[in-house]
Design a protein around this ligand. Structure first.
Ligand SMILES: Cc1cc2nc3c(=O)[nH]c(=O)nc-3n(C[C@H](O)[C@H](O)[C@H](O)COP(=O)(O)OP(=O)(O)OC[C@H]3O[C@@H](n4cnc5c(N)ncnc54)[C@H](O)[C@@H]3O)c2cc1C
Length: 457
């Protein structure tokens, strides 16, 4: 009888099948916490090849774990399964098929890296308005499958809001193609939403049509010391009122995050002296530089009058702007380099962010007197990365249960933008923090559950 690997070899070019040492980097997650096993890592270059792989795996009952840039933070792209598995890595399907400036749309393959698409859009005087720390590695398919958020979601929404059309290989091997750039089309239920945010459990995305927007001619960026944490939501609300729809980002910056950054990342120093307990990094953009500066200055005047903001710097050049954003991203890298950490990607209603941070910080300190809390991130969406560097004797599971439990008490969610993946699936179930749906969509589409069965780890 022909073996599974022999059938695969007959269906794919030799260089599309990786085994042994060359496959190893694809079997561990970005955090280095999960290690999986796979019969092979497959790197198809067309939707037809993906379709062949799915058909062969379905016939053999082999699990498929789709993988993009492998930057996901919840272990969803790592093949930790009870059944035999392959990884399908989309990196070779990386073409930008078309950037249509007149239609404000781009057609791209799933393996295209986000930064590559951003650059291609910019070359046509357009912006693809999604930005995150992993944009140099994360791929369009992964961003769609996780419904990624990032720093500009406040203004432009999450990935779901930016997807116009999709091409997907379904669990039975068929290719479903709907690469439309239409903004409006009411023909009943829109199937593309079955794949966005589904973490690769319902289909393998092979291409997409994505929304672009005009590239803003000017940006104004400021790093502002909050008078107190409670001033954060009020400042945000003032900024939204003042600047209309021009607020791209409003990121919360804690002193603890900056101390991780300055201790471990070269040239990551606070722009304010003394470093405030809490700051925000805010950016607005629009077509007119002068008007933008005026808006920012008058906003700051009112914010200072109301004692919401007590100090700040405004970027005077593109270089200074980049430095401020570098510092924001250095918070993540600094804490990673500081040693073991427990990440919590939570969201609560924006107005509840300060009280949530206070209560959750207080509760985790009672469990671990030496825990360091870096609560930072997308204040504009109420999405806080409540990341802990615990002491060696602390129980990570207890700490996480405490953070998530507190978040639920505040009417929040235990996953704002990273997904549940393999790491959070169980705790979500235990805390009954999953989305309520009257039927199991994954099983309806894929009765054998060969596509990324996340609960099977
Ligand atoms: C430094 C850093 C900063 C980050 N900042 C943010 C942030 O601000 N906002 C945010 O939302 N996330 C953030 N992330 C998390 C991560 O970058 C996102 O989740 C991203 O969308 C993952 O894309 P990827 O290509 O790396 O996907 P992977 O990690 O490879 O996969 C993620 C999931 O998508 C599935 N998948 C991948 N490709 C496909 C495909 N073609 N078809 C179907 N399923 C597929 C996988 O099976 C898995 O379930 C950050 C990560 C890092 C390391």
């Amino acid at each position: 009888m022909t073996s599974f690997m022999e059938v695969l070899s007959g269906a794919l070019p030799t260089n599309a099948i990786l085994t042994g040492d060359v496959a190893a980097p694809y079997l561990t997650d970005w955090m280095g916490e999960l290690k999986g096993e796979a019969l092979a890592v497959l790197r198809p270059s067309t939707a037809q090849e993906v379709s062949r792989i799915v058909t062969i795996c379905r016939d053999a009952g082999v699990v498929i774990v789709p993988q993009g840039g492998n930057t996901g933070l919840v272990g969803a792209a790592t093949p930790v399964t009870k059944r035999a598995a392959v990884v399908v890595q989309l990196g070779r399907m990386n073409r930008i098929r078309r950037v249509d400036a007149r239609d404000n749309a781009a057609t791209v393959e799933a393996g295209c890296v986000l930064a590559t698409l951003q650059a291609a859009a910019e070359a046509e005087d357009r912006l693809f308005p999604l930005s995150l720390g992993s944009e140099g590695s994360a791929q369009i398919g992964g961003l769609i499958a996780t419904n990624a958020g990032g720093t500009m979601a406040l203004r432009w929404g999450m990935m779901r809001d930016l997807v116009l059309g999709l091409e997907v290989v379904l669990p039975d091997g068929r290719i479903w193609s709907d690469l439309s750039s239409l903004r409006k089309r009411n023909l009943g239920i829109d199937p593309k939403h079955l794949f966005i945010g589904a973490e690769g459990t319902t289909g393998i995305v092979t291409a997409a049509v994505l929304k672009l927007v005009p590239r803003p001619a000017a940006r104004a960026t400021a790093w502002l010391a909050l008078s107190r944490l409670e001033a954060g939501p009020e400042f945000l609300s003032l900024a939204l009122q003042h600047a209309g729809g021009a607020v791209d980002a409003c990121e919360l910056i804690p002193r603890q995050g900056l101390s991780f950054a300055s201790a471990h990342v070269d040239s990551a120093q606070s722009p304010l002296d003394p470093t405030p307990d809490w700051a925000v990094l805010m950016e607005i953009s629009g077509p007119d530089a002068e008007r933008l500066q005026e808006t920012l200055m008058s906003l700051l005047e009112v914010a200072m009058d109301r004692d919401l903001v007590c100090d700040g710097v405004v970027a005077a050049s593109e270089g200074q702007r980049r430095d401020l954003w570098f510092l924001r991203e250095a918070i993540v890298e600094g804490q990673r380099l500081a040693g073991f950490q427990i990440k919590h990607d939570i969201a609560v209603p924006v107005a509840e962010v300060p009280e949530f941070i206070r209560v959750a910080s207080d509760r985790v300190s009672k469990l671990d007197a030496h825990v360091l809390v870096s609560a930072f991130g997308h204040l504009g969406d109420g999405n806080i990365h409540f990341n802990l560097s615990p002491s060696a004797s602390a129980d990570p599971a207890d700490l996480s249960k405490c953070v998530y439990g507190t978040c639920l008490e505040f009417g929040g969610t235990i996953s704002a933008e990273h997904g549940l993946g393999r790491k959070k699936k169980k705790i979500a179930k235990d805390l009954q923090a999953v989305q309520t749906c009257p039927f199991e969509i994954e099983s309806l589409l894929d009765p054998q559950r060969i596509l990324n069965p996340l609960s099977e780890s």
